[in-house]
Write a protein that binds this ligand. Structure first.
Ligand code: HEC
Ligand SMILES: [Cu+2]
Length: 386
């Protein structure tokens, strides 16, 4: 990203937050102090080693035990330097732990092995979107183990601790796309939590636009179900490809099948089983999975509508063409959704009518002028819906 390259140096990522300048110059100060003393001490040591090495006919003088002036100097000067480092460190730390009064608050949930971000208007995403030049405060929770949120370009890092809410804040000062890391080893797929280009800093207008868009789930229940699957962490444990087991079973093609639980019971993978599995994962586990399920309960986190949408999505997984599309690495793009006959209602109507409209384009009196001019081919049906 061009913008982000602007103040990137050979050693450091771009200075994209208000902390960056201070952190970097302090780091450089400590590095040069250390370099200076390293060269001085090792230099003097090497000099003494050669100058006063043991030689035939040379005897050391054991009377030279003290030199007060020298000892006071090499005690006082380093003490002052260390106190200065400490004081400046405390000052920087206090700045980082005390958010300003006005902040945009975003909730962060970390789980093995994914992030999800929840915005003030309810939008949820797996990447972080923030406006430039506004202070942002993150309220962070982990549903399982220790994770650590780190955006090198912001020079900001804080742990997420299970059973506790931790907070951090930063103020981005440069638009761009940055990397997000989990810097606390959290299990065998820890590296999945590295989100290259996972942090988007945009102008406030673009941020608002994105927010409004992101808060709108698709209207079609199957698309809505997939939308939730991709945003609520299900994706990090359940694949949609047949036979690919991540932490939990694959979602491909299970609906309606009869399966055996770990206690030997037989259950049908239906609405009720799905509901129970999501709200109370401990109740039944499929054969081959531990009784103490690794799945967190979603009780109180998903509404009845959302459960319905997820069920519709799981049900749709039975169809072969659906699986092949969703199994595609990018997941369900808008185009995919439309070609399968769902997605935004207007959009699917648009595709369905597209052919017909080409032929009647000129003489179609039902479409208002303005839309013809802007090139928006909204179908008459979709208009009536609105
Ligand atoms: C931390 C990993 C994890 C996450 C996140 C997770 N699950 Fe699970 N899930 C599991 C495991 C492990 C099982 C198998 C054991 C069991 O049934 O409890 C499972 C089982 C299930 C089952 C029963 C499937 C079967 O074939 O028996 C359903 C349905 C389900 N999960 C839905 C979801 C949905 C929907 C979400 C997101 C809202 C989700 N899970 C998030 C790990 C996870
Ligand atoms: Cu992690």
């Amino acid at each position: 990203m061009l913008l982000a390259d602007v103040n990137e140096t050979f050693w450091f990522p771009p200075k994209a937050s208000t902390f960056a300048q201070e952190t970097d110059s302090f780091f450089m100060a400590i590095m040069w102090i250390s370099t200076f003393f390293f060269v001085l001490i090792v230099g003097v040591m090497l000099y003494f080693m050669t100058q006063y090495r043991r030689r035939p006919g040379y005897r050391g003088d054991s009377r030279a035990l003290h030199n007060n002036a020298l000892e006071i100097t090499w005690t006082v000067i380093p003490t002052i330097i260390v106190i200065w480092i400490f004081a400046r460190g405390v000052y920087g730390y206090m700045d980082m732990v005390r958010p300003p009064a006005e902040t945009i608050d975003i909730n962060v949930t970390a789980r093995k092995w994914d992030w999800s971000f929840q915005y003030p208007n309810g939008a949820i995403s797996d990447t972080l979107h923030v406006p430039v030049n506004k202070a942002v405060r993150l309220r962070m929770r982990s549903v399982d183990v220790l994770h650590s949120f780190f955006v090198p370009a912001f020079r900001a890092k804080t742990d997420l601790v299970p059973g506790r809410v931790t907070t951090m804040w930063f103020e981005p000062i440069q638009e761009g796309i940055y990397d997000l890391f989990c810097t606390e080893y959290c299990g065998d797929q820890h590296s999945e939590m590295i989100k290259r280009q996972g942090v988007f800093v945009t102008s406030y207008d673009e941020y608002e636009q994105w927010l409004a868009e992101a808060a709108k789930p698709p209207t079609h229940p199957v698309a809505h179900g997939y939308w939730l699957y991709a945003r609520r962490g299900c994706k990090s444990c359940h694949s949609v490809e047949p036979d690919r087991r991540i932490v939990g079973p694959s979602f491909a093609k299970s609906y309606g099948e009869s399966l055996t639980t770990s206690t030997g019971e037989s259950v049908v993978f239906d609405e009720n089983y799905i509901r129970e599995s999501i709200l109370n994962p401990q109740a039944k586990a499929r054969e081959g999975y531990q009784n103490a399920s690794q799945m967190p309960s979603y009780q109180g986190q998903l509404t009845e509508d959302e459960l319905m949408a997820i069920t519709a999505f799981l049900q749709a997984m039975k169809q072969d063409d659906f699986i092949s599309v969703v199994a595609d690495e990018d997941g369900l793009t808008k185009e995919d959704a439309i070609s399968l006959g769902f997605g935004d209602e207007e959009d699917s109507a648009e595709t369905a009518e597209a052919g017909a409209q080409e032929e009647t384009a000129e003489g179609d009196g039902t479409r208002p002028e303005s839309e013809e001019a802007s090139g928006e081919a909204t179908s008459p049906d979709a208009e009536q819906d609105q």
